[in-house]
Design a protein around this ligand. Structure first.
Ligand SMILES: Cc1ncc(COP(=O)(O)O)c(C=O)c1O
Length: 365
């Protein structure tokens, strides 16, 4: 009999959103009327926008006008609006590698070249500041920071963010700050919002935000961007037609989430923290694998190069032999072959079984 599959390849939390978020959505669906019709021109997004402004002031330390908030059906749509707002075919963008594969997908589709600065293990997956400046060319129109980063968990320091911000100001580039994991920060690491560091950064920064990971709402499709005045008209021109808006009653669900007590989020952070400490150490202890404790987000990122296999061969074989599904690292950047990503989105007993099977797999090589 084949073993039950262990699927740890998608960053999709293993729990439901908080009850009060469900209640808010049910209530507005039942109420109907304007809550179940086109929402954009109505007064329904107003409560959501002001909840976002209050939330971001509290957690990001920056004041925004409600009109800066552009809601979208998940942050993937938000990212699309954001990237389209500043970049055109033939432009270049400065990014850090490895990073979330969705960034590459949208940019490749747009014909935008990515100038990649490596986040290397020997530097604890933090960038070399000089290398950031060297990656700027006359065609570089923007820089993207995923903070905390998927898949390395890097929580960018103020110094690194200031280096990025200063370059953006000096070279008139836009700044993308993908902050969808901002609550998932461990140990002494501290999340810093790029826009909080200076008004000069804020006026060219688009924040990309999501409910997917913070409130375990991946299937609800709710996200948003926060857009400075400089890009407002262009972003709003793209919004709605080329990138989908959220269902109207979800504005109320989003507002309930952002105005909640965040006990739910604290519990999620504690659960991922426990998984992180267990999983990274357990994988690191397996002969032939190296896995460091990460700073933020909820992904383990391990090195399997000693097996001589590429990422895809490794993950395919592991799936075939042991029924364990991890994400091949090469999809997070061209220099990542031999790396493997594991979203810690299953409870501890499943992670333990995954580790046991991984260990067994390694002994058969
Ligand atoms: C860094 C990052 N940004 C954006 C997204 C897209 O998330 P969603 O469209 O569910 O909001 C993801 C999903 O994994 C991600 O890891």
């Amino acid at each position: 009999m084949s073993k039950e599959k262990i699927v740890l390849s998608i960053g999709d939390p293993d729990v439901e959103a908080p009850d009060y978020v469900f209640e808010a959505a049910y209530e507005k669906m039942k109420e109907g009327g304007a809550w179940t019709h086109y929402g954009y021109q109505s007064d329904k997004p107003a409560g959501f926008r002001s909840a976002v402004v209050d939330y971001y002031k509290k957690f990001g330390g920056v004041d925004y006008e409600p009109s800066a908030v552009i809601p979208s059906a998940g942050s993937s749509a938000a990212l699309y609006i954001a990237l389209r707002t500043i970049l055109n075919e033939g432009d270049e963008i400065l990014m850090f590698e490895p990073t979330y594969r969705g960034h590459f997908t949208i940019l490749n589709g747009m014909g935008v070249k990515q100038n990649l600065v490596q986040l290397k293990r020997e530097n604890a997956y933090h960038p070399d500041i000089d290398a950031i400046a060297e990656a700027v060319t006359p065609k570089t129109k923007a820089v993207l920071v995923c903070n905390p980063n998927n898949p390395t968990g890097t929580v960018f320091t103020q110094k690194e963010l200031s280096a990025v911000g200063d370059l953006a100001v000096d070279h008139d580039m836009g700044i993308y700050s993908d902050e969808i994991y901002l609550h998932y920060v461990y140990d002494d690491n501290k999340f810093t919002s790029t826009a909080s560091l200076s008004d000069a950064y804020k006026e060219r920064t688009i924040n990309i935000m999501s409910f997917s990971k913070t409130f375990s709402m991946t299937g609800w499709r709710l996200g948003y961007i926060m857009v400075p005045e400089m890009y407002d008209a262009k972003a709003k021109g793209i919004y709605g037609m080329a990138a989908p808006r959220p269902p109207t009653f979800l504005y109320a669900a989003g507002e309930a989430a952002l105005r909640g007590d965040f006990k739910y989020v604290d519990e999620r952070v504690a659960a991922y923290d426990e998984r992180r400490m267990y999983f990274c150490d357990a994988v690191d202890a397996i002969n032939g694998l190296t896995c460091d404790i990460f700073e933020g987000a909820f992904y383990a990122w391990f090195d399997a190069k000693s097996t001589g296999m590429g990422s895809e061969q490794f993950t395919d074989k592991l799936a075939e032999k042991e029924g364990v599904y991890f994400s091949p690292g090469h999809t997070f950047g061209p220099a990542q072959d031999g790396m493997v990503r594991v979203p810690l989105c299953q409870p501890m007993p499943v992670l333990k079984e995954g580790v046991a099977r991984l260990e067994k797999f390694m002994t058969t090589l």
